[in-house]
Ligand binder design. Sequence first.
Ligand code: PLP
Length: 210
Amino acid sequence: MTISLLEIKELLPPDVKLLAVSKGQNESAIRSLLYNGQCDFGESRLQEALPKINKLSDMKSIKWHFVGRLQSNKVRGVVKTFDVIHSVHSLSLCERISRISGEENRSPQIMLQVKFREDTAKVGLSREELLDIWPKFKSLPNINITGLMTIPPINLDSDDRQQLFLECRNLSDSLGLKDCSMGMSRDWREAVHAGATWIRVGTLLFGNRV
Ligand SMILES: *Cc1c(COP(=O)(O)O)cnc(C)c1O
């Protein structure tokens, strides 16, 4: 089942932005959303993204967001090609992004990935850890930290997901950050309800990944 770009946009409050997660989708699928006015696209693997980014370099309106697990040896490639990184999961990774952004004369927008429940399948800072080292994040040059990103554990029901998303919104607010990147194909409604500013939707828009 999929939803059209226009349908989902109509359902979103004006302050919620849609990131079309195009991993596993080809260039022509991306172009067809571009022609309908979608500019923000998300990828989770640098190797997969680079050929697509190159093929679409004629499309000047496109903005690339990195949403995947970022390995330190991929930071330079990501900093050079992506405008926004949603998945910064540690201080050391953020320090590296900051240093390399300076070297490459870039200033990426950053969201910090937070884990609000135990979840061995995911990386992320805990709430306590983030509150503890927040001044260090804040002092890093060449980057612009605008918010938090979270992915709920797979086994939560709808109410628990909504509760988790509210915790993310509250933590963002308490740090004075505007963005919450939260909600995917299956749970974007709960995320919007809880105050998401970015929802990251893949299969619901594009259909199954190849
Ligand atoms: C793949 C992915 C998405 C999109 O997932 P769908 O279920 O296809 O909507 C969103 N966020 C992240 C971090 C992803 O890796």
